[in-house]
Write a protein that binds this ligand. Structure first.
Ligand SMILES: Nc1nc2c(c(=O)[nH]1)N[C@H]1C(S)=C(S)[C@@H](COP(=O)(O)O)O[C@H]1N2
Ligand SMILES: [Mo]
Length: 223
């Protein structure tokens, strides 16, 4: 993991933040009790639209330069790879526009992403039949998990640019995951490894009371 210069006094603050979010999970805070499974509304239940882009994480912003960044895709795949930034940028590139929905209640519409679609990575590594889950590992120690079907959604990508500019460090640059149809905690910033697994491995928030799937229209905030 890279050093964390932002992290002076960070431990206490971070423990407090984690404790607060764990408490919300126990109390099932922010649940409105009105799922919208048909996606009748663009805004999922209990969410509010914002026009800024809040920064949310554990308070560690790893300083990973593009020239040092590498992505390993491994586990139950026929062709495990480790790509450097140039090799990653040489993969077929996509543009996508999607909404962000954070479990802390804010949603941000029409984010323009550029990057590599998950489908390109899947085609490259060829997951084995036994692979059922995908685990993301990030440079700050964060992990999160989705099913292989969710990872294969056409709008899932590894993004290196947002609104036409390189993704900034505080939002997970040089490369982050974007999984638009689920709460944003599933979208790992500073991603370094994508692991295909037979067994599920609940990640940082999933073991702290957050829902294992995290569908905003079903308000799957908590376990
Ligand atoms: N590596 C890493 N990725 C992470 C997190 C984190 O702490 N570390 N936090 C998650 C959470 S809870 C949210 S809401 C989004 C926030 O992304 P943003 O700061 O770009 O808005 O990142 C997600 N991905
Ligand atoms: Mo979050």
């Amino acid at each position: 993991m890279a050093d964390a210069p932002d992290d002076r006094d960070g431990d206490g603050i971070r423990q407090k933040l984690v404790a607060t979010k764990e408490k919300w999970a126990r109390e099932r805070r922010l649940i409105t009790g009105a799922p919208d499974e048909a996606h009748a509304n663009r805004l999922p239940p209990g969410q509010q639209e914002v026009t800024n882009w809040p920064v949310l994480d554990l308070g560690i912003h790893p300083d990973v330069r593009a020239e040092d960044w590498k992505l390993t895709v491994d586990g139950l795949v026929a062709n495990p790879v480790t790509l450097d930034h140039a090799q990653f940028m040489a993969l077929p590139q996509s543009d996508s526009v999607s909404d962000i929905h954070c479990v802390t209640r804010w949603s941000r519409y029409d984010n323009h992403w550029q990057g590599v679609a998950s489908r390109e990575l899947i085609a490259l590594v060829r997951p084995k039949d036994e692979a059922r889950h995908v685990i993301f590992h990030a440079h700050d120690g964060y992990t999160t998990n989705v099913s292989i079907e969710v990872f294969a959604d056409p709008d899932v990508m590894l993004a290196h640019a947002w609104e036409g500019s390189p993704l900034t460090r505080n939002h997970g640059g040089p490369v982050r995951v974007v999984i638009p149809r689920f709460y944003f905690w599933k979208s790992a910033k500073w991603v370094r490894r994508i692991e295909f697994s037979r067994d599920d491995k609940p990640g940082f928030w999933e073991v702290r009371g957050y829902h294992n799937v995290g569908d905003p229209w079903k308000e799957e905030r908590y376990d």
